[in-house]
Design a protein around this ligand. Structure first.
Ligand SMILES: Nc1ncnc2c1ncn2[C@@H]1O[C@H](COP(=O)(O)OP(=O)(O)O)[C@@H](O)[C@H]1O
Ligand SMILES: Nc1nc2c(ncn2[C@H]2C[C@H](O)[C@@H](COP(=O)(O)O)O2)c(=O)[nH]1
Length: 208
């Protein structure tokens, strides 16, 4: 289903600043913000301790929660004619699961993903925050979630590459989706007000 109602998703690898930027944009543009709830996820702690044993449960949990939240977002905002900003795009399920699942489990997961999400409207503007491994590690440390503190740098580095590839592929597949890229190593939307306002102006241009 396609929609013209602005549905903005902020995306990027772990710790890039998605929730921070989505919240700032919501406040600045007076838009409702949909945020993913992470701390209540019962599998995330176990997943970081043993990915082989817990990936399927974790990915399914993320998928079911995001599906429910996407349906609510579509009903409450998009179909009601209200623009909205979200701190994720549901396609991140495929980015992570292609890294954490394999074989028959991955095939089943992808089938369920498509059954649940193919007929739902998706974000039509994506703000993609890219950042180096060092920047992500610094921000993950600053945020201080205990279960993320021993994260394998190889996993994070791989996700950076996976995000790059996923964005390129999405741009090819969905040319009507606007992708705004913010390089977090050059743009500091928290400390530098002018740089934040540049993102706001660019977004407003894309909204008009
Ligand atoms: N531009 C920035 N400069 C410094 N710290 C930042 C910046 N953006 C985000 N942070 C901090 O980095 C951490 C991760 O940000 P967060 O928005 O939670 O990332 P994400 O939602 O992408 O995982 C938080 O502690 C946040 O305050
Ligand atoms: N394996 C997966 N992990 C995921 C997924 N979505 C988020 N996450 C992890 C990454 C972080 O530790 C935490 C919160 O993500 P942020 O990017 O908001 O910091 O949850 C997923 O789909 N699969």
């Amino acid at each position: 289903m396609r929609t013209n109602m602005p549905f903005i998703a902020v995306e990027g690898p772990i710790g890039a600043g998605k929730t921070t930027l989505a919240s700032m944009l919501g406040e600045r543009l007076r838009l409702p913000v949909v945020k993913e709830i992470v701390e209540e996820n019962p599998f995330i702690d176990k997943f970081y301790q043993n990915m082989d044993d817990w990936s399927f449960q974790l990915e399914m949990f993320f998928l079911c929660n995001r599906y429910k939240q996407l349906k609510e977002t579509v009903n409450d905002y998009i179909l009601a004619g209200k623009p909205v900003v979200s701190d994720y795009h549901i396609f991140k399920n495929l980015i992570f699961s292609r890294r954490t699942l394999s074989g028959a489990e991955r095939d089943k997961y992808e089938q369920i993903y498509h059954i649940l999400t193919d007929d739902l409207p998706k974000p039509n503007i994506i703000i993609y925050i890219k950042a180096s491994l060092e920047t992500l590690q610094r921000r993950i440390a600053k945020r201080g979630r205990p279960f993320e503190q021993d994260m394998d740098p190889g996993y994070l580095a791989q996700l950076i590459e996976d995000y790059e590839a996923a964005m390129t592929s999405l741009a090819d597949r969905e040319p009507s989706t606007i992708i705004m890229t913010v390089d977090a190593n050059r743009v500091d939307f928290v400390q530098n007000k002018n740089q934040f306002e540049e993102i706001v102006s660019q977004l407003k241009e894309n909204l008009s």
